[in-house]
Write a protein that binds this ligand. Structure first.
Ligand code: NAD
Length: 484
């Protein structure tokens, strides 16, 4: 297949927090990759805005180092680094004061798209939004991009939404959930709504249950103190797992349009049932030889924050009535892997009496480490030996099907930033979606606090606490293997 990279229109992108970890690790290498691919036009400008005392040349050096460290081999070979660095500029700015704003204003061009990426803590979102307007820097067509975490409960999310809404229209606000920028996540929508094959089966009549697993093999490490204030439910379930669940469960939107898609996602979140205490399991990883336990990483020997959570929820509507959705995510698990598995029901009757195990069809959507989709089907085992059945995966892995194009597929962040420039909000969370997600999450977290729930200790490198296995065993089901 021939790559079809369509350059976006010229833009000025200001990255508040442009010297921070996220900017150096993801945003700037991602933008450089888009530059190398021809998607970011040479007339575009990227302006770092942060507290560090740097000039434009100092910033270029910092960005070149970040690209060398985090950009990977393909980028090192792109050969266009000097041209990309030319597009960079820098302003030393104080989000809470007057410093830097007048200078920033002089750097923003008229007649190009303007976007402001808030790659800073949420405590600064309101300050930056306010100053962008009071200094008359942003206009009615400017876009603002905000990072997670978007609040830590419903009340704080509402406050954040209100502070942004006071300055910008919802059509200008892009709330990032980088899981939505993954190639496979979008492919999930193509598979569901671009084929006749799946949609007729996509309901309680044919689907037995759904599993969504996001497992990490590493612990919280140096981020322990920060992570301890949130935990797996706030850090992963309320946003990433919830978004994946929405894409699996939503009704077909009338068109692939930002609000049509987000309206359907919102309906799913609002139909999510509360989770009863016996339907959830929390865990903390224990020590492993010399490796610290979660509590040691968190620096709090009495921490009750979970590094693992598994739960069962249901969606109260006609399509999903009675179909359990099992969600789990955790750190220091057996493998780094993210998967959505749609497990179909067993055959109502088998004609193959002596053929061995029956199996269920499973559509498995892998998000990491490798993106791809497989459909487990039953076939006849080739060769003599009678009618024996074998279960094989039909592999729709992109690298093989699409050849070179898949290898060039942009990483989630760069794809989302290009969507911001194009003005397409489909893959960004709307304010009401985020609030609805917190409205479902809050009672779960409150119930742990009320019950003084103590997370179960699990062995590092395992699949999580034993109780999580029981969550499915009770229903006559089991978790899929956490294979890398
Ligand atoms: P960081 O601490 O590494 O960087 C913070 C940046 O903000 C720095 O550039 C700093 O100069 C700037 N800054 C801080 N106070 C400022 C002020 N008063 N005025 C102007 N600039 C100021 O943080 P980070 O890890 O890059 O994270 C940024 C945001 O992205 C956070 O909200 C974080 O939760 C979120 N996030 C980070 C990651 C990640 O991998 N690092 C992943 C997802 C989300």
């Amino acid at each position: 297949m021939v790559s079809r990279v369509i350059p976006v229109d010229p833009f000025d992108l200001v990255i508040f927090g442009g010297t921070g970890d996220l900017a150096r690790r993801k945003i700037l290498p991602g933008l450089f990759r888009r530059f190398c691919s021809g998607q970011m036009p040479a007339e575009a400008r990227i302006i770092g805005a942060a507290r560090s005392d740097l000039d434009a040349d100092g910033y270029r050096t910092m960005v070149a180092d970040a690209i060398a460290e985090f950009g990977g081999k393909t980028l090192a070979e792109c050969g266009q680094l000097p041209a990309f660095l030319e597009a960079l500029d820098y302003v030393m700015i104080d989000a809470r004061g007057d410093q830097g704003w007048a200078e920033l204003k002089t750097k923003i061009r008229a007649n190009v798209i303007t976007a402001y990426y808030f790659s800073v803590g949420p405590g600064l979102f309101g300050d930056i939004a306010k100053r962008l307007n009071s200094w008359d820097i942003a206009d009615a067509d400017s876009r603002i991009v905000v990072e997670k975490p978007f609040g830590r409960d419903l009340a704080s999310a509402k406050e954040l939404n209100a502070s942004l809404a006071a300055e910008f229209d919802e059509t200008q606000i892009y709330r990032i959930d980088h899981y939505l920028g993954k190639e496979t996540v979008q492919n999930l929508m193509a598979i569901r709504f671009g084929n006749l094959l799946f949609e007729p089966l996509w309901n309680a009549q044919y689907i037995d249950h759904i599993q969504i697993s996001v497992a990490e093999s590493v612990g919280v490490g140096g981020r322990g103190a920060y992570y301890d204030k949130s935990g797996a439910m706030r850090d992963m379930v309320q946003n990433h797992l919830m978004q994946l669940l929405c894409l699996i469960a939503m009704e077909p939107p009338s068109k692939f349009d930002p609000d049509a898609v987000r309206d359907e996602k919102l309906k799913v979140i609002r139909a999510l049932q509360p989770v009863a205490p016996h339907e959830m399991v929390r865990g903390q990883y224990g020590p492993d030889g010399d490796d610290p336990s979660y509590r040691e990483d968190a620096g709090d020997a009495r921490s009750f924050t979970e590094s693992y959570v598994a739960l069962k929820t249901q969606i109260a509507n006609w399509r999903w009535s009675g179909v359990p959705f099992y969600l789990r995510t955790g750190k220091r698990l057996k493998a780094r892997t993210s998967e959505i598995a749609v497990v179909f029901k067993e055959l109502p009757h088998s004609i193959f009496e002596e053929s061995g195990d029956q199996t269920q069809n499973v559509l498995a959507i892998q998000l990491q480490p490798n993106e791809g989709i497989t459909l487990d089907v039953t076939i006849k085992e080739p060769g003599p030996g009678g009618m024996r059945l074998a279960h094989v995966p039909l592999d729709m892995t992109f690298a093989e099907t699409l050849g070179d194009d898949a290898e060039e597929a942009p990483d989630a962040y760069e794809r989302l930033i290009m969507d911001v420039i194009r003005g397409n909000q489909t893959l960004f969370m709307r304010g009401d979606e985020v609030e609805a997600a917190w409205a479902w999450t809050d009672p779960i977290i409150e119930s742990w606090v009320d019950r003084h729930d103590v997370p179960k200790v699990y062995e590092p490198g395992s699949t999580g606490p034993e109780d999580a296995l029981a969550l499915l065993h009770r229903d006559g089901r089991k978790w899929r293997d956490l294979a890398p």
